[in-house]
Design a binder for this molecule. Sequence first.
Ligand code: ADP
Ligand code: MG
Length: 151
Amino acid sequence: SMLPLFLRGKVIKGFGRGSKDLGCPTANLPTESYEATIKDIPIGVFFGWANVKGIDSESVIHKMVMSVGWNPFYKNEKKTLEIHILNRYDRDFYGEQVNAIATGFIRPMCDFKSLEGLIKAINDDISYASEQLDTAEQQLFKSHQFFSHCC
Ligand code: ADP
Ligand code: MG
């Protein structure tokens, strides 16, 4: 199947659509090198693991929730990858390399009628992801060699 998805990329600026204001900053990754890989994955919300190189200690792999959407800048012909890491950082890390594995699918993308609806969905995604990632099967990915053979 399409998962797991192994992703490495240096964090780029997003569209500043206020995810930080919602308490949910998303580190945007470039998709250029993944276009073939992500072409067929549905837009929606995924979960998995992530490490920010040089910021997180090498052995600490965090839970993450990833959103795959359409990039309005490219007339919605290209996708965007945004990763919210379930960890509190004391500063931004634009330009730093994120290594991540998307291991599970949560739901397709949808439009929300209200900000409250969106915030509730984000919180539900995070708690669902966190529960799934606590399972033994998911925990195995934390010690995947992908995270230790980093470039
Ligand atoms: P942008 O539109 O530029 O992506 P965001 O509001 O989504 O702006 O904020 C994303 C930035 O916040 C990331 O690029 C990263 O530098 C920083 N950041 C801080 N904490 C986190 C976190 N826990 N997960 C993801 N990004 C974070
Ligand atoms: Mg973002």
